[in-house]
Design a binder for this molecule. Structure first.
Ligand SMILES: *[C@@H]1O[C@H](CO)[C@@H](O)[C@H](O)[C@H]1NC(C)=O
Ligand SMILES: *[C@@H]1O[C@H](CO)[C@@H](O)[C@H](O)[C@H]1NC(C)=O
Ligand SMILES: *[C@@H]1O[C@H](CO)[C@@H](O)[C@H](O)[C@H]1NC(C)=O
Length: 786
């Protein structure tokens, strides 16, 4: 059949030959929960469509990929060059011709990938509608500012021969949500009108970290009405006409100890703002109490002292949320925790790592420099790399976001692997204006990278619920990831921030009724990274309490990152519903399903999950409270999207030692990870406390618990880089890691910021009332023993 005579002929051909194709799920109209087509006028700009041609030799290559990634195989590390791969995988010449001819009759621009297994097709919206026989609409979701990808809202119809030659096209491929690294959510608080004297209180974590708790409250006057007066300068009393309040007494309760703060009513110690109390105007105050214990479950209550000696009831403890002050995460903390040499430069020019950024996220180079200075990250004048190279562009454009994600990724990946060559891989690059979600586009670009420029580690903090994604898309991406495994590339994917039940469960408790695995985290050919947080309840005995014994551990180590413990997100994990369990994890996962530390939810029970699927994550790393420099202040962010660039930096460090000794890079990590997990568990900080039943906001009842060995909340736990280094590079087995003296060579750094200037920078300088100094008593009641 000839498709090429003319554009018109092509269209007629479309009309004649699409019989029977429509029912094929590969060509179904785009659907994704939470995304809606908007009726906006579609601008006549071009959009990019990726066509994925069917590949041959996939089974053969899968077999080869197992060999080159299996540490026990003689072929371990014998990766394929781009040319070798091209000669093995790819469509038949006939299929390429069919697709080429079909597209050549259209006005669009066509570019085949090197392996000819993907096509990048650029045309206007109306052109794409005609060529693919569908209707294109703009999709919009409020949580992704500045992004409005186009998708096919009607089934795609292609000539049968063309459809036969393809796995699918990106027009109905899923749109990956931006990862939304989490910042603390301030809960709206209602102050009911109540005829009682106790203040209403709403304490929450001040900036989600360190040893401070901010309390918000409304005091009630002696006559039972909420206070409606503001504190004018110099005023030392509230409720003048209805019983003067002269001070507040705050009790901070932490486990077995409590602190009492006496707070005079002065505008220096209290912030204030107008609020609403049962429909009446009132004034809300705030204050911050400091020097409280990290890691401990913290509640607070407050009462008013009246002039003349009277005192109100304490606020109702049930009004108070538990908060867990946790330390801020910095490169130094991470380096100490994981045995990462912090100021030892990466030198090998082949050691290239990359952060993939989609949906218009960009980073600020000046912020990166500032971050390095504050964090004491060394730079090397003249012979150092302090800025990433760009693939695509980093241009702020209308509606784009100075990405929390992009900033986090680039600051931590480069801070922890100093002088590493980092590629900021922003897709869709120069075609940003098309705002087309570009996951396949990214995979095509990565596949086309020549061997000498190949990125060894990709950090990808993007993912979404797997179930609505078309099967063809998931399987095709799996093959692309497998091709990267054959080339010695590590692909790290964040496991998601909403536990086992997924993002939907944040808003809809019905989503708690089953597990909702994510993709690409659930691909068998990627390494999925979960999140941990620090706690001093890291072994079960550390939280043991009975009438005569209360155990509190002094140091703190990792537990599952969970919003129920102040972690702000909950590490994603579970079992893929459609990718079967891969060979490398059979033993570990089956052991997990049988263990009794934290038994898995009953298989076949009311809470549904597919126990035969690929289990994830594979490993984890700390993922909460990372301090990220955003323009003029530090913001703490949390997420598996923090853990992922951190692990990427660890892998870069391990690769560096290997490259230095003439060994191949680690490449696809999973077969190695599971082998180490079974034979050298000492390489991991095994995480055994916690579970992933919560989401980033709120909790379901069921999820997967951490357990000894691999588990579906944290994988094998986090990597001890120093231990792994000795095991994975022979030279290190003999000598201890070199210590690097850098102090005398440090460039003049800006003076280390004092605590108060840090707070000022964070925009809380105006925040009256750091009540630390007002603390008048601190005591721990002695534990009773019998
Ligand atoms: C506390 O009050 C001050 C003064 O009104 C305000 O600037 C600040 O944002 C408040 N802090 C919080 C955490 O609400
Ligand atoms: C930084 O890396 C480059 C290669 O990317 C290397 O040439 C240079 O020597 C490194 N700098 C230091 C201080 O090791
Ligand atoms: C479970 O997953 C396997 C593949 O991993 C799939 O073949 C099977 O259909 C799934 N079962 C259910 C009930 O979804």
């Amino acid at each position: 059949m000839a498709w090429r005579q003319s554009w018109l002929a092509a269209l007629i051909a479309v009309a004649l030959c699409n019989v029977g194709v429509v029912a094929d799920p590969r060509w179904a109209a785009f659907q994704q929960p939470g995304w809606e087509a908007v009726e906006d006028k579609i601008t006549p700009e071009t959009i990019v469509v990726i066509l994925a041609l069917k590949q041959s030799n996939v089974e053969f290559l899968e077999d080869r990929a197992r060999h080159v990634t299996d540490p026990d195989s003689a072929a371990y590390g014998a990766y394929y060059t781009s040319d070798e791969l091209k000669s093995l995988i790819g469509p038949s010449d006939a299929q390429v011709d069919i697709v080429r001819e079909f597209l050549s009759g259209t006005p669009g621009r066509t570019q085949f990938s090197e392996a000819r297994d993907m096509v990048r097709y650029v045309c206007t919206v109306s052109c794409v509608e005609k060529v693919f026989g569908t209707k294109i609409k703009k999709q919009q979701r409020p949580t992704a500012p500045g992004t409005s990808p186009y998708r096919a809202v009607a089934p795609i119809s292609l000539p049968a021969e063309v459809a036969d030659a393809l796995d699918g096209v990106s027009l109905n491929a899923p749109i990956f949500m931006p990862p939304r690294p989490k910042q603390p959510v301030r809960q709206a608080f209602q102050y009911p009108a109540s005829h009682r004297y106790a203040p209403r209180i709403n304490p929450y974590l001040f900036d989600a970290g360190d040893a401070f708790v901010t309390l918000r409250f409304v005091p009630y006057c002696l006559d039972g009405h909420p206070n409606a007066e503001s504190l004018e300068n110099g005023e030392q009393r509230l409720c003048q006409h209805r019983g003067d309040i002269v001070s507040f007494e705050i009790e901070i309760l932490q486990d077995a100890s409590q602190k009492v703060v006496q707070l005079p009513v002065t505008s220096e110690l209290l912030g204030q703002r107008p609020a609403e109390c049962g429909g009446q105007p009132c004034f809300e105050f705030n204050t911050t109490v400091g020097n409280i214990q990290n890691f401990a479950k913290t509640t607070a209550r407050i009462r008013s002292h009246f002039a003349g000696g009277g005192v109100s009831d304490f606020s109702d403890p049930t009004e108070v949320w538990n908060v867990y002050p946790l330390p801020y995460t910095t490169p130094t903390l991470l380096a100490n925790l994981y045995g990462l040499p912090l100021n030892k430069p990466i030198r090998d020019p082949r050691n290239i790592i990359s952060v993939a950024e989609f949906l218009g996220q960009y980073y600020n180079p000046a912020d990166l420099e500032t971050f390095f200075q504050y964090m004491g990250v060394r730079s090397w004048e003249g012979e150092g790399t302090t800025q990433p190279t760009l693939t695509g562009s980093n241009n702020p454009f209308a509606g784009s976001v100075l990405g929390g994600e992009a900033q986090l990724d680039i600051q931590y990946i480069m801070g922890l692997a100093p002088n590493v060559t980092t590629s900021f891989w922003s897709v869709p690059g120069s075609e940003l204006t098309t705002q087309q979600e570009p996951f396949l586009d990214w995979l095509m670009q990565v596949a086309d990278t020549p061997d000498d420029k190949m990125t060894l580690v990709h950090s990808v903090s993007y993912g979404d619920k797997a179930e609505p994604m078309p099967i063809w898309f998931k399987r095709r991406c799996d093959v692309e990831f497998m091709k990267l495994a054959l080339r010695g590339v590590s692909v790290l994917i964040a496991s998601g921030d909403d536990g086992a039940s997924g993002t939907e469960a944040q808003e809809d408790l019905a989503a708690c009724s089953q597990s909702h695995p994510e993709y690409p985290a659930g691909s068998p050919w990627v390494t999925a990274i979960g999140a941990t947080q620090l706690a001093n309840a890291f072994t079960p005995v550390c939280s043991y309490t009975s009438d005569n014994v209360i155990v509190r551990c002094q140091d703190e180590r990792e537990v599952v990152c969970s919003s129920s413990l102040g972690g702000h997100i909950t590490s994603g994990g579970g079992f893929s519903e459609d990718a079967p369990r891969p060979w490398y994890q059979k033993e570990a996962v089956e052991k997990y399903l049988r263990q009794q530390d934290n038994p898995v939810p009953p298989i076949g029970g009311a809470w549904k999950y597919n126990v035969t699927g690929r289990g994830y994550p594979d490993i984890s790393a700390l993922g909460n409270n990372f301090l990220v420099w955003m323009g003029d202040h530090f913001t703490p962010v949390s997420g598996t999207s923090a853990s992922t660039p951190l692990v990427a930096a660890m892998v870069a460090r391990l690769n560096e030692e290997r490259l230095e000794q003439g060994m191949p890079p680690l490449g696809f990590l999973n077969p190695l990870i599971y082998k180490l997990g079974s034979e050298h568990p000492e390489v991991f900080n095994d995480v055994v406390v916690g579970d992933n039943r919560c989401t980033a906001a709120g909790c379901c009842e069921i999820g997967f618990g951490a357990a000894r060995g691999w588990d579906a909340a944290t994988g094998f736990g986090s990597l001890k880089v120093d231990v792994a280094m000795k095991m994975l590079s022979p030279k290190q087995q003999a000598e201890e890691a070199a210590t690097y003296v850098f102090a005398e060579k440090m460039p003049p750094a800006r003076p280390p910021p004092s605590r108060s200037s840090l707070f000022a920078a964070a925009g809380v300088g105006a925040f009256a009332g750091m009540a630390t100094l007002g603390m008048v008593a601190a005591y721990s009641p002695s534990l009773s023993r019998s």
